[in-house]
Design a protein around this ligand. Structure first.
Ligand code: FNR
Length: 188
């Protein structure tokens, strides 16, 4: 059985991130042929074109991690109705230097959790616009706006609500099918 390597971006740098907890639940709910590796973003300096000829090691590692992934999954909070600066900075690094955009044709999915009722919907729209420009091949449906409740999500990735668990399982199954379809016509 072929396995697919999924690079995971957690948009939060918080040590108690609810989005990291959501990512654990997604990994647990995912089909067996997906393998996950987190792509760290917290040590990247702020991007500047001045670095384009001499990427720092953290940014080179970022691009290599995306390059060795079959697909990417973004699990992000919403900050002020957009995506966190740390995540945007990582995307900017990965998209450059000009002509070496790491996201070109990569299968991608976005999801996020917030204590609020719209569950990162606005941030995800913002992220989708950025990823469109980067030419990532996004899964458009299902969308997933998770209102986080501490009593539902365990630190070990367990989910104490049957409908939420079913939803996450369906989301990851759809993502698996999406990335396989994309890779069929755009192999990496
Ligand atoms: C927030 N939060 C927030 N929530 C939301 O639903 N919409 C928003 O626009 C914002 N804006 C925002 C800005 C900043 C700077 C912070 C620190 C927080 C609340 C946010 O959803 C909450 O802190 C989550 O716990 C963040 O996710 P992580 O970091 O726990 O994964």
């Amino acid at each position: 059985m072929r396995t697919y390597r999924v690079g995971t971006f957690i948009g939060s740098l918080s040590s108690t991130s609810i989005n990291r907890t959501l990512a654990k639940a997604l990994m647990r709910a995912a089909p067996d042929d997906l393998e996950f590796t987190e792509i760290p973003i917290g040590d990247l300096p702020l991007y500047s074109p001045d670095f384009d000829d001499h990427y720092p090691p953290e940014a080179t590692a970022l691009k290599e991690a995306i390059g060795s992934s079959d697909a990417v999954l973004f699990v992000t909070p919403e900050y002020n109705r957009s995506i966190p600066g740390a995540l945007k900075n990582a995307i900017d690094w990965a998209s450059r230097p000009w002509g070496k955009n790491s996201f070109d044709h990569i299968p991608a999915a976005v999801i996020g959790a917030s204590p609020g009722s719209i569950g990162t919907a606005v941030a995800q729209q913002s992220l989708r616009g950025v990823l469109s420009y980067c030419n990532a091949r996004q899964m458009t449906a299902p969308e997933a706006y998770i209102t986080y409740r501490a009593e539902v999500f365990g630190d070990d990735g367990s989910v104490a609500d049957e409908s939420t668990e079913e939803f996450l399982t369906d989301f990851m199954g759809e993502f698996r099918d999406h990335l396989e379809r994309v890779l069929t016509v755009l192999p990496r």
